[in-house]
Design a protein around this ligand. Structure first.
Ligand SMILES: [Zn+2]
Length: 200
């Protein structure tokens, strides 16, 4: 990975901001020297230079709450680092999800990743992909599938089985997103309709 980080600018230590790769929540901030950055890249576990310990410190080395690095980027003028990571547990030593005592639990943002995956299956189809096979069958089949999933969630709604209901809810949402992609529309366009209605 090439990055234009200028470690000479600030006495060898650069602030590194860690953001949850999924939720986008800012989790913590630490400092990295060149060695800490290299170790983070090599091991995939976020490693800082601890100014109090005066040594490299891999976040989670004692607590087990590691930060799995997903991406690392330098900023526009090379004097700060943004790391997107998957936290393996609470991030702060206080036990809080973030060092700003915030809750980091929203999984609804996964919908954007899921949409990106669906788009990729459409543009780069493979034989093993169920989603790609849906696109290959065409809009009629996809629309029919949404109808079937809608009927299935109706059936489960009348019953009282949480697992089955959530399974059908997931199926419907997934196929709904596939239908939107097949029609060439963005979820944002649906949101726009809802926002407009809400404003009335
Ligand atoms: Zn903290």
């Amino acid at each position: 990975m090439t990055m234009n980080i200028d470690f000479t600018k600030m006495n060898g230590l650069i602030p590194a901001i860690v953001q949850d790769a999924l939720s986008g929540k800012v989790l913590m901030q630490g400092y990295m020297n060149e060695e800490a950055l290299a170790k983070t890249q090599d091991t995939g576990m976020v490693t800082f230079f601890s100014r109090s310990k005066e040594r490299l410190w891999t976040k989670g080395e004692t607590s087990g709450n590691f930060l799995e690095a997903v991406s690392i980027a330098g900023d526009c003028d090379g004097d700060s680092i943004l790391i997107k990571a998957n936290p393996k547990g609470p991030v702060c030593h206080t036990g809080a999800d973030t060092c700003w005592n915030e809750v980091n639990s929203s999984k609804t943002v996964f919908i954007d990743q899921l949409r990106a995956i669906i788009k990729d299956r459409k543009n780069n189809p493979s034989d093993q992909s169920y989603t790609a096979s849906l696109f290959a069958k065409g809009i009629n089949k996809i629309a029919q599938k949404v109808g079937e999933e809608a009927v299935e969630i109706v059936i489960e709604a009348k019953d009282d089985n949480k697992e089955l209901f959530l399974g059908e809810a997931a199926d419907l949402l997934f196929h709904y997103l596939v239908l939107l992609e097949a029609k060439g529309y963005e979820l944002d366009e649906v949101m726009e309709v809802l926002i407009q209605r809400h404003q009335k």
